[in-house]
Design a protein around this ligand. Structure first.
Ligand code: G3H
Ligand code: 13P
Ligand code: ZN
Length: 306
């Protein structure tokens, strides 16, 4: 099946009321874990690289992701996560990405519309589809820490106006989630009514950022292996399932993979102090991430759709 555009995967997901995971990668093992999990569960999947990931892995990382995506037996899109400029999106397209996000959500509406439209025109000319965002998530947006009070949830009428004005293909909405491992006390709040209202006006696939589950079993293992993490909390699986039935089609997950990777490495270092073969650290990390991604795909409902 191999490399496809983002919209090809996401239009089917929105129509079929299931979600497709967009998982962030930064290296070989993370990419293998994501694509192997997709093949194991027969899921379409989106492999996402942030600008930080691109800086870390360079063009070589993109070549590696493309190599694995092109040979996958399931549909895979390669996506730029939180592209911060027109130039950044053009670089990604030149490198072979099949989907880009232009994130101007921190700008005023007029600038967000103008810059998004510019990216959409250029991307569409070469068959690449575009995610844009309106509203502002809590957590880390544009590498700036945004408190819950500063976060602005997406307004349905603005979302409609924005999509009509920009021609973007899928829309990231601020509906209560935030990036990272601290998503709020108790069961983090998700504004399901807002998702429903936006979906009633906007037929495009909707995107949930900050969707990690931050599984407590993983957090406990991370702590037991010497890791420190305060007030860990993630999005409840039932909230993800409900959101998917209401129009969320792309579900972004990074934190859960980071936790899985680091927990596995910590455990090997703790349990086998004489070990110094990197493969004995990175292999278990890959296995742990693959397990996490498989579980996510079952929750999203993408398993069996490829
Ligand atoms: O949304 C942000 C992703 O978790 C990527 O994070 O910019 O540190 O690679 P990063
Ligand atoms: P998490 O931090 O919840 O994994 O969200 C990742 C994300 O939204 C990447 O764009
Ligand atoms: Zn995000």
């Amino acid at each position: 099946m191999g490399l496809v555009s983002g919209l090809e995967i996401l239009a089917a997901a929105r129509a079929g009321k299931y979600g497709v995971g967009a998982f962030n990668t930064n290296d070989l093992e993370i990419t293998q874990a994501i694509i192997e999990a997709a093949e194991e569960t027969r899921s379409p999947v989106i492999v996402a690289l942030s600008e930080g990931g691109l800086k870390y892995g360079g063009d070589a990382l993109v070549a590696l992701v493309r190599y694995l995506a092109e040979r996958a037996s399931v549909p895979v899109a390669i996506h730029l996560d939180h592209g911060s400029s027109f130039a950044s999106c053009m670089r990604a397209i030149r490198l072979g990405f099949t989907s880009v996000m232009i994130d101007m959500s921190h700008e005023d509406e007029e600038t967000n519309i103008a810059e998004t439209r510019r990216v959409v025109e250029a991307a569409h000319a070469v068959g690449v589809t575009v995610e844009a965002e309106i509203g502002r998530l809590g957590g880390i947006e544009e590498h700036v820490v945004v408190s819950a009070e500063e976060a602005t949830l997406t307004k349905p009428d603005e979302a409609l106006r924005f999509m009509q004005a920009t021609g973007a293909d899928y829309l990231a909405v601020a509906i209560g989630t935030s990036h990272g491992p601290n998503k709020g006390k108790g069961r983090p709040y998700i504004d399901h009514d807002r998702i429903r209202e936006i979906a009633a006006l906007v037929p495009a696939p909707l995107v949930m950022h900050g969707a990690s589950g931050v599984p407590s079993a993983l957090v406990e293992r991370f702590r037991a292996a010497g890791g420190e993490i305060k007030d860990a909390s993630g999005i409840h699986e039932d909230d993800v399932r409900q959101a998917v039935t209401q129009g969320i089609a792309k579900i972004n997950t990074d934190t859960d993979l980071r936790l899985a990777f680091t927990t596995a490495v910590r455990e090997v270092l703790r349990d086998t102090p004489k070990e110094f073969d990197p493969r004995k650290l990175l292999g278990p990390a890959r296995d742990e991430m693959r397990r996490v991604v498989v579980e996510r795909m079952k929750v999203f409902g993408s398993a069996g759709k490829a």
